[in-house]
Design a protein around this ligand. Structure first.
Ligand code: B12
Ligand code: SF4
Length: 237
């Protein structure tokens, strides 16, 4: 795969750090649903996108750093996006530092749960160009398009970035995707062996009308619920 004008998305280590633990159903891997949603959306709109799951790629004992270096050499992406829960924070930073160490000109984007709640904690590490808040599909599509054509990215809705004075700038939030804009997950983007050894879930709605203190839903989605159409759910099944 050549990603010279494409995007490489990385899911840092999660389970392999804990001796390759299996889940309650005896499965080895997790589907990185957030990355798959973003990649399926970008591919549909003509941006070639690859996903690396570090739990899967390190299954024969390679280190995550070496896998990433190998993939960067193989794919030559211009842009790398890294997802992560808070408990993956250190590995997210490690992955970003490997990318910038490999080639400082590659744009590195932070997304997912930790980045959207504490974007400044990503930007302060200086390994990220921007953090994306909320749903990632349209924001990354616009950011990648503008980056590839050499345009400014500072005014893109949904991004947080460091300006030239080192100040953190949070742009206005982007509106939500409607039900037809949510791409049907394209499982062919992931290695077949990963998919066969993971539980497959279906996400038929996004968002919640409530705002419980313990939950991330309101920060991520506001209070609007978006329900996918029956046709799209049927097609995914
Ligand atoms: C379904 C779900 C699960 C499922 C499936 C997990 C999986 N394989 O992904 C199960 C039950 C297995 C699960 C387990 C866990 N979960 Co869970 N889970 C959820 C839930 C309800 C929905 C997540 C989801 O799939 N959303 C749909 C996808 C499409 O959205 P998304 O991943 O957020 O991605 C979007 C954006 O974040 C963004 N994005 C994501 N990555 C990137 C990357 C880039 C570069 C860009 C630009 C954008 C981007 O774009 C995506 C599309 O819009 C959320 C609650 C919530 N509000 O989101 C909690 C949530 C994600 N889970 C959480 C946690 C903690 C866990 C566990 C770690 C719990 C534990 N201690 O074991 C495990 C981790 C399992 C694992 N290895 O992934 C926390 C994370 C909190 C945090 N600050 O990190 C959440 C937010 C719940 C909460 N507390 O509010 N979970
Ligand atoms: S915990 Fe989150 S998803 Fe559940 S009702 Fe509360 S706000 Fe909604």
């Amino acid at each position: 795969m050549n990603l010279k004008n494409g995007v490489l998305l990385v899911d840092p280590l999660m389970r392999r750090k804990h001796q390759g633990m299996l889940d309650d159903f005896g499965m080895k891997y997790d589907i990185p649903y957030g990355l798959l949603a973003v990649a399926s959306y970008l591919q549909k709109r003509g941006i070639q996108t690859g996903i690396i799951s570090m739990d899967f790629e390190t299954r024969h004992g390679e280190t995550d750093e070496n896998v990433l270096r190998m993939k960067l050499n193989e794919y030559s992406p211009k842009l790398v996006g890294i997802t992560g829960y808070t408990l993956q924070f250190n590995d997210v930073i490690k992955m970003a530092s490997v990318v910038k160490g490999h080639d400082h000109n590659i744009r590195v984007v932070a997304g997912g749960q930790h980045a959207m709640h504490l974007p400044e904690s990503m930007l302060e590490t200086v390994f990220f160009d921007v953090a994306i808040v909320g749903e990632g599909e349209e924001t990354l599509f616009e950011y990648a398009g503008r980056t590839f054509s050499g345009q400014t990215t500072d005014d893109i809705a949904g991004i947080v970035y460091l300006n030239e004075n080192g100040r953190i700038i949070a742009n206005r939030r982007r509106g939500r995707l409607n039900s037809e804009e949510i791409a049907i997950p394209d499982y062919s983007i992931l290695p077949e062996d990963l998919v066969r050894n993971a539980n497959i879930e279906m996400l038929t709605t996004r968002g919640c009308p409530y705002a419980c203190k313990l939950c991330s839903s309101e920060t991520q989605y506001g209070r609007k619920v978006v329900v996918r159409s029956l046709d799209s759910v049927r097609e995914e099944l």
